[in-house]
Design a binder for this molecule. Structure first.
Ligand code: G4P
Length: 294
């Protein structure tokens, strides 16, 4: 059991079904709105979507920008724009940046509209679909984006059987169920980062190991941040820091020694919820062969 938890390879059966569903849905779509977590703009991006969404206009949203390092978010925006995406950094939870997405959709749909016009097709709404790995904020975004304009359109037999569309305005419709992709664990680092943001279920990963890896990571990336947040003395070793956190937060075992599991769980929970402040795990330089340019 312990062995199984060490490496993060886990593909639930319902994800295969979700992918199949998405392959079907995407046929009806003009614009794919892909959501990633701004703290891991590359690790939370499933590369399969590039194949699935081939030939579609693409929008990439860096969501939870409120939790990410602003400079890095800007760098990722530039990088993805260089790759041909229309990009925006947003906070789907409080709605920051969400209104502007309508302009991006209009821009993404320009070519389609032009094609339609040439073929004499007028007033056919642009159809969008939101996609991304679990927990990046797809549902939150759909609610925020649709806002009060939610008029669900019924099924059109033969074309959209079983599908519910949210009509945003005369020109845009949004599929009300997002396309869910399973994260791709391309390396242990990627898997770890997906776990840091809380996208993998807690039971799948050994929390103590993950906590230690997080402490090691943050000491490299933001030295001293942990000590400052928890009000503990700075230390070199991850285990010494966790031990001090356990004492500070009274996470102790019966005999009074530090409970590392609980301390790790607490730290990971604080990270997941952004309590340690803004941080970005994927940096453009590290994840893209050091080139800031696309
Ligand atoms: P999903 O459909 O992609 O699976 O994600 P969902 O919308 O369910 O969002 C997952 C969690 O992320 C939710 O928190 C949601 O509130 C939070 N979230 C979504 N967008 C943002 C954002 O831009 N910033 C921040 N800080 N959080 C965001 P939860 O823990 O499930 O619930 P709660 O915290 O809202 O109670």
């Amino acid at each position: 059991m312990e062995e199984k938890k060490k490496d993060i390879h886990w593909y639930p059966g319902h994800m295969t079904k979700a992918i199949r569903q998405m392959q079907e849905d995407i046929k009806l779509i003009d614009v794919v709105v892909e959501i990633v977590d701004a703290r891991i703009p590359m690790s939370s991006k499933n590369p399969d979507i590039d194949t699935l969404a081939k030939g579609k206009s693409r929008i990439l949203l860096l969501n939870k920008a409120d939790l990410a390092d602003e400079d890095q978010t800007e760098a990722w925006k530039t990088w993805y724009e260089g790759k041909g995406f229309l990009v925006a950094a947003i906070n789907a939870k409080n709605g920051n940046g969400v209104r502007k997405i309508r302009d991006l959709v209009a821009e993404a749909a320009k070519e389609k509209r032009e094609r339609d016009r040439k073929r004499g097709i007028l007033n056919r709404p642009v159809r969008c679909m939101v996609a991304g790995i679990p927990n990046v904020g797809k549902s939150t975004f759909i609610n925020s984006f649709a806002g009060r304009a939610v008029t669900k359109t019924g099924n059109t037999p033969g074309v959209t059987r079983g599908k519910q569309w949210i009509r945003l305005n005369k020109e845009v419709e949004l599929l009300d169920t997002p396309g869910i992709l399973w994260p791709k664990f391309e390396s242990q680092t990627v898997a770890e980062r997906i776990a840091f943001i809380g996208s993998i279920r807690d039971e799948v990963v050994n929390q103590r190991d993950l906590g230690i890896r997080f402490v090691n990571w943050i000491e490299g990336a933001y030295p001293g941040k942990l000590a400052a947040y928890y009000g503990i003395p700075q230390a070199e070793e991850a285990i010494a820091l966790l031990s001090a956190i356990a004492e500070k937060r009274a996470a102790l075992k019966k005999g009074g020694e530090p409970d590392f599991d609980r301390a790790a769980q607490m730290v990971l929970d604080d990270v997941k919820n952004g309590r340690l402040g803004r941080m970005t795990f994927d940096t453009v330089a590290e994840m893209t062969d050091g080139s800031e340019e696309a």
